[in-house]
Ligand binder design. Structure first.
Ligand code: HEC
Length: 457
């Protein structure tokens, strides 16, 4: 008897404690800390735009100019709602940034396309012209934040009113990239496959494999796709100049850049001096389309050198594997030939135990429309900036990366138009924490300062 009474009593204590604790917990939940915001839109502004977007999207910044979008509280609502996108593919597809028609507006919202990481596969495979997912170069928004914005759009994207349950913001989980899987064979084009290979614990492995294309006619690349198993530092497709009069490497064989004792393999290095950049990425999956009518010409009987680089920082062997597709169009659909931009500064030295900023300016003798840019450097690089030199946009910062491993591949839409005599200034900062001077080198413990890209004349 007494025992059961005691049990009841302790149960009561437990329940009381649980209620008290529950109330306590309620005080910490976002519902309460969000009390300062009267409306749904104010919540979005204060907890999302202000936190993750306005570092770039503020009036006068080059990012705001590139995207024609300012997201600070004073103007963001009118910048977004019922406004056509700046991106020309999205405009052509009839999207608006955010419409006020509820559900149908969700499917025509470019803002939603740009942040909805859950649909990332669709975004990159179906809309290569839409640029990058936002926030650019950062972690995606949480699933709760996305749901909150989705419900706001479904509610007609009002400026006033408190329509969306703030509890959805409690879901702080984030999208995790899909697992690596083979690409479909292109309808018109070529697929390359770097079969699985081992990368030993705590080491780099960089390999080349030469694949002849056996194409009787020139090919015109309008788009490419790359999927890399995780852990990759980069994948690049190179070609050799048409005029090159040497025997190409044996087809299909793996050529390591380093020997097993860590020395350079000079047989591999030999061919690197002739490489011409075709396509590449440092992110696990990429689909990229050249602007409409623009294609990259590959001469008849060409061959590509496939270059895969993995940096394994784990204590166990990992496996590398890559798929790459090039998509081609018929010659009569080509309006402009794409050219590859490859600005490499290989003449520098970075003193030991010091932070150094290198600058190099490149001017072009002819007119250029640059539509793609990405930087390439190694682990001591802390910042990589690119400025316009000359013309109306003189001194404008057009490219920025603070992530040497995954620099953003920036699509410039419309392309950056440079007149003859104008150019680009590269400014790269390195923190050389080593006790030795660093110079240009291929190994990830050496340094690089390269701006890759694509343009047409
Ligand atoms: C590191 C800078 C940066 C950050 C942070 C950033 N953006 Fe962007 N944003 C850009 C650049 C550059 C573009 C243009 C290139 C592109 O679309 O990929 C852009 C384009 C956009 C566009 C397309 C505009 C148009 O009309 O074409 C939208 C929408 C957008 N951003 C929303 C956001 C939102 C929302 C956030 C925060 C969750 C965000 N961005 C964070 C740099 C940034």
């Amino acid at each position: 008897m007494g025992k059961s009474h005691l049990m009841k009593k302790s149960l009561l204590v437990l329940v009381t404690a649980w209620i008290l604790l529950g109330c306590q917990k309620d005080k910490e939940n976002p519902e309460d800390s969000l009390d300062q915001y009267a409306t749904t839109y104010e919540v979005i502004q204060g907890t999302i735009w202000d936190q993750f977007c306005i570092s770039c999207h503020y009036a006068g910044s080059s990012f705001a100019r590139q995207s024609n979008l300012v997201l600070t509280a004073d103007v963001s609502y009118n910048q977004l709602v019922n406004r056509p996108p700046d991106n020309s593919s999205a405009l052509e597809d009839g999207l608006i940034l955010v419409g006020d028609q509820g559900l149908e507006s969700l499917y025509s919202s470019f803002l939603w396309e740009k942040i909805n990481v859950l649909d990332q596969e669709h975004f990159y495979s179906d809309h290569p012209g839409y640029g990058s997912l936002m926030p650019l170069g950062g972690d995606p928004l949480t699933n709760g934040q996305l749901e909150y914005i989705r419900q706001w759009i479904l509610a007609g994207a009002p400026q006033d009113g408190n329509l969306v349950d703030r509890m959805v913001l409690n879901d702080t989980s984030k999208f995790i990239s899909p697992t690596f899987k083979p690409l479909d064979i292109p309808e018109s084009g070529v697929q390359f496959h770097v079969e699985t290979f081992d990368i030993q614990a705590n080491s780099d492995r960089e390999i080349f494999i030469y694949e002849p294309l056996e194409n009787e006619e020139p090919l015109y690349i309008s788009s490419y796709e790359i999927a890399m198993k995780s852990g990759s530092h980069h994948f690049i497709l190179y070609s050799f100049p048409e005029s090159l009069n040497i025997n190409k490497p044996a087809s299909g064989a793996i050529r390591d850049v380093y020997t097993s004792s860590g020395e350079y393999n000079f047989g591999t290095l030999f061919f690197m001096q002739y490489h011409e950049f075709i396509a590449g990425t440092q992110v696990p999956t990429l689909r990229y389309n050249y602007p409409k009518g623009v294609a990259l010409k590959v001469p008849a009987n060409a061959g590509f050198d496939l270059n895969s680089h993995y940096a394994n920082r784990k204590n166990e062997t990992i496996k590398g594997e890559v798929y790459a597709n090039i998509h081609t169009i018929p010659e009569d659909e080509v309006e402009h030939l794409a050219q590859i931009l490859n600005l490499s500064n290989d003449d520098f030295s970075l003193p030991a135990n010091q932070v150094t900023t290198l600058e190099k300016t490149y001017t072009f003798s002819g007119e250029r429309h640059i539509f793609q840019l990405w930087s390439h450097a190694h682990e001591h690089n802390t910042e990589f900036k690119v400025f316009v030199v000359g013309g109306e946009r003189n001194e404008e910062l057009i490219y920025y990366s603070n992530d040497w491993e995954h620099p953003p591949i920036l699509q410039l839409d419309p392309p950056l138009h440079l007149q003859a005599g104008e150019g680009l200034r590269l400014e790269a900062t390195y923190d050389n924490w080593e006790s030795r001077t660093l110079t240009f080198g291929l190994r990830s413990t050496d340094e690089m300062m390269i701006l890759f890209g694509a343009y047409y004349e």
